[in-house]
Write a protein that binds this ligand. Sequence first.
Ligand code: UT7
Length: 325
Amino acid sequence: MKKVGIIGVGEYLPERILTNSDLEKMVDTSDEWITTRTGIKKRHLAAVGQAASDLALKAAQQALENAKLKAEDLDLIVVATITGDMPFPSVASIIQDKLGAKKAACFDISAACAGFVYGLSVAEKFIATATYKNALVIGTEVLTSITDWQDRNTCVLFGDGAGAVVLSEVKKGGIISTYLGCDGSKSGILNMPAGGSRNPATSETVRNRQHYLKMQGNELFKIAVNTMTDAAETVLKQAGMTFADINLIIPHQANARIIMAVAKKLGIPQDRVYLNIERCGNMSSASTVTALCEAVQEGKIKKGDIILLDAFGAGLVWGACIIEW
Ligand code: UT7
């Protein structure tokens, strides 16, 4: 098996910003409630007409540039998203064309907030087995396109953005261990009820607001803390490591309270946890990868550092990954 590592990172956050005080004018909420319950202050919003592939393209271009590769060098494009441009074709296919990555095989992954870790794990196997040489893994979301702006329980949480990494063979370090899991029995806790084959779009599904994300947040909170803790412990055990070996945790950014509760359970100090939730909100599959990208760009990750990615979301699915940078 070949060693596989991240050789380039990229990020794109749309220009429009929605602050907590903007939300105060839209629903019965307050900056104080949102800040103390979630840690979010603002989030980025895609422009009207800007789709998941538009965000992904900019992140992908930056990642390729950072990796010093050309689009033609890519053998594989994997896009994690739950808000693709349309149900089909895949965002990966659209990106292939826009980038000019003519020889790349392409597909999307639907694993919600754990999508980037799922994508990373799948792409890694293609390179480790020498099937492919270079892969692009993207997490991109326009979550605000499925946000119910009348529902204060959910509309204060989400934002739009995209992050991308280029994976390739490395001589030293790279991905040490990945762990993926799912509990499908709890799929009803977080979903979008209509628009698929169960409830195709009708005027009634639109009237009943079934094309928006629905979430039992309180129920999910406890599961998220326990599952992210378990996932981190499992992947570390697989790698034969302990938390003392980890330089930085990059968690999925659903709620700062969830992240800090996980860090506390794991005995990891707050300064070893990377957060971008205050500026970006929850961007589902884009959260973990943009946080990783920002941590690299801010110099918080140095060569040789051990990084733990830890994500959880609708499915319910989870994924964790240890990388030597
Ligand atoms: O990314 C995928 C995974 N996502 C998650 O894991 C999200 C997990 N859940 C959460 O992050 C939190 O549960 C929320 C942030 C969604 C909610 O926080 P909470 O502390 O669990 O609040 P709650 O749902 O228990 O609601 C507490 C109160 C309720 O009022 P009553 O019934 O006590 O009178 C809500 O109606 O807060 C009320 N509330 C709000 N108040 C002001 C709910 N949303 C708002 C709001 N502004 N935006």
